[in-house]
Write a protein that binds this ligand. Sequence first.
Ligand code: F3S
Length: 398
Amino acid sequence: MHLTREEERTLNGEDGETLQKAIEILVALGDIYGADKLIPIKSAQIAGVSYKTIGDAGLEWISDLNGKVKVPAVLNPAGMDMLRWEEMGVDAEFAKKQHEIVAAYEKLGIQTKCTCTPYYLDGFDVKYGDHLAWSESSAVSYSNSVLGARTNREGGPSALSAALVGKTANFGYHLDEMREPVIAVDVDCELTGSDYGALGYLAGKTIGSRVPIFYMQSKPSKDELKSLGAALAASGAVALYHVEGVSPDAVKLNYERPDETLSVGKEDILEVYEKTAMIGDEIRDTDIVTVGCPHCSPDEMQKIAAMLHGKTLQKEMWVCTSREVADRHPELVNTIEKSGAKVVCDTCMVVSPAANNFQCMMVNSGKALSYVPSMCKVSAKYGSIEKCIEEAGVLDEN
Ligand code: F3S
C-alpha cells in the first residue's frame, strides 16, 4: 500500500502513540483487503458505544486514547437514554459506566449524539460519491444505497481510527467494481410501509453479504428504503443494495441484470407477519411495543404523533429516535408522550439492557425482529405501525 510521507511519519509514531495505533489499524486492514492507498473521508460514525456490548474492556481501550478526530464524527446508540435512563429501568451502575464511555469519546472530539441515523443530523449531510467511515450496519446501508455515498461496514475501532486519521483504506465499497449487483431480486407484488422490512428480513437470509438489485412493482420512499436496508443488513450482511429506477447508482449507472434471481411474492411477505421469533417454547403476550429501528426520521415522528394524537396506551411503547430530531420537534414529542408512549433518545430496543426486562416485543422493523430475540432474549413479533399501536392497547380519547 502506498503511503505519503506524512502518513509514514504517523506510522513511525512521530505524531504520537494514539495516531500511530490508529494508522496501524487502517494499514493492516488495507493490506488484508488489497487497498492501494488511504483516502480522505468526509465523516465517521462510530459503533461500540453501549456498555452492554463493549463492557469494561472497551471502556478501558477508549479511555487510553488521546488526541482529536480530524473529521466530523458521531456515535452509534448508547445503552440508555442519556438523560432519562432511570425512567427506562436502567440501573445506576450501568448508567455510570455508560456516561464514562460517552465522556471518553467526547474527549477525542467526537460528537456525543448517539444515533444510527447520522444522515439526519446537522453537519453530517452526505452527497453522492462522498467517502465515509461509518459502522452501524443500517447507516452504512442507507449511505451506500440511498444516498450513493461510499463506505465499508467499519468496525468500531476502524471507524474510530479513520476519524482520528481523517482517512480510510481504499478497498471494498469505495471501489466501482465492488458496487456492481450480483443477484437480482424480483418482487412480484406491491409493497407498502413495514412490508419493506419484511422483504429485507426474508431476502437478507439468501443474499448474505452480496450486492443485490431489486426489481419492484412499487416505488419505495426513503423511509421504506431505510427499513429495507436495515433488515437486509441484519438477517444477512448486505452493506449496499440497489433498486432499479430508484436508488442513485442504479439510476446513473444502468446496471445489467445479474444472472442469479431470487423471487419474492406476497405470501412470503405475509409469513413474516405471522411469525413470532420465540425465546423458549412458550407463546408470550406482548408486553412492549417499539418503533424506530433505525431511529425515526422527522416524517416518521410526524406520522406516529398523528396516529397517537388523543389516544391513551395501556402497554409500554418506545418510539426511538435521535436526540437532535426529538429536540427539533418538541410538539411531536409532546403529542406522542401524552399517549403514554415514551420517546426514547440516544439508544434503542436492541442495545439497551432495559429491553431485557420484557417478555415479548412487537416491532415494525425487520432488523429488530432479527436481533431482539438473540441480543435481548425477548420474543419478537412483527407488525405494521398501525398494528403496533393497536397491540399497545389503545383506550378512549385522552
Ligand atoms: Fe439503530 Fe438499534 Fe435498530 S442501532 S438500526 S435502532 S438495532
